[in-house]
Design a binder for this molecule. Structure first.
Ligand SMILES: O=C(O)CCC(=O)C(=O)O
Length: 291
């Protein structure tokens, strides 16, 4: 694994926001199953993905591809494309944003959204031929269509948790649509800086009720005490995961950056359903459950 990327020293932030209970992220193992490259994904790996709901690829992209994607992301964050306004900052940094230098603002960003049409270097990685070929296999040999692009930045010390959830709970696609999440590490992702944690195999249990708490999430009580698998990755490594796989990432408690890209793919041409229909499966209304 390559060295972690430390941040420029930034002011102390008031984290104020609810920090999660440490017991929510207790990986029993940091050995998410992985292969070295896209070329190593054959029928056995596809079968592993179907059974466990994920597969990691340690060296999916070359250092040059990672550098290009990172440079594209940093340019967007630094405001080099004035037409792009898809940056969201960490809530805890909002009040002091005007006092931060451009470099320090980089370490206050939480998310960048909908950027592929503004930044060719990010479009290139999201449409990488080997990635699309694997995506096609994982969604049932259908042409993949990317329907969501985001960068998840999780700044040092400041980057908040992304509570446990199933991505399908956010998407108005009919249940049964094969949704593939692709999470790409641009920095070394470690347990300390908030790499992905997963509940392997639990995608096969179907939708789990979500609640609006720290986020749109699975109830903490459902997760508390459950052993997870962590998926640390080197820069250029990626995680492929099923849209129904419960996953989450803890607060970045380290001094290192954890910048990642996340893309979602589904078969091209799927007709979307409605939010009401989604909530029948993922919402709590009428289900006699509390959180
Ligand atoms: O990168 C992260 O911290 C979490 C990403 C994630 O699970 C999501 O946005 O759905």
């Amino acid at each position: 694994m390559s060295t972690a990327t430390p941040a420029t020293p930034a002011p102390e932030f008031d984290l104020g926001a609810e920090l999660h209970a440490p017991e929510l992220y207790q990986p029993v193992s940091d050995t998410a199953h992985s292969v070295a490259t896209f070329d190593d994904i054959g029928p056995r790996e596809i079968a592993f993905y179907r059974e466990h709901g994920y597969l990691a690829v340690r060296e999916a992209f070359t250092p040059a591809e990672v550098s290009a994607a990172l440079a594209g992301l940093v340019d967007l964050i630094m405001g080099k494309n004035p037409a792009f306004n898809g940056i969201t900052f960490e809530a805890a940094a909002k009040t002091i944003l005007p006092t931060l230098s451009a470099e320090q603002r980089q370490d206050a960003v939480r998310k960048a959204w909908h950027f592929v049409n503004f930044e060719p270097r990010l479009k290139a990685i999201s449409h990488h031929a080997k990635l699309l070929a694997v995506a096609k296999k994982l969604i049932g040999d259908k042409e993949p269509e990317m329907f969501q692009d985001m960068a998840l930045v999780k700044p040092p010390r400041l980057g908040r948790e992304k509570p446990w959830h199933q991505d399908h709970a956010y998407f108005d696609y009919p249940l049964g649509t094969p949704v593939l999440g692709v999470w790409i590490a641009l920095d070394a992702a470690t347990i300390e800086n908030g790499c992905m944690q997963l509940l392997p195999g639990r995608h096969r249990e179907g939708p789990i009720t979500h609640f609006q708490r720290r986020d749109w999430q699975i109830c903490d009580n459902v997760i508390m005490g459950t052993k997870s698998v962590a998926a640390p990755l080197p820069p250029g490594g990626l995680l492929l995961f099923d849209g129904l796989l419960p996953h989450g990432t803890p607060h970045n408690s380290s001094a290192n950056r954890r910048r990642a890209l996340q893309f979602h793919y589904a078969p091209a041409g799927i007709t979307k359903t409605t939010a009401e229909e989604r909530m029948k499966h993922f919402g709590s209304e009428g289900k006699n459950v509390t959180c």
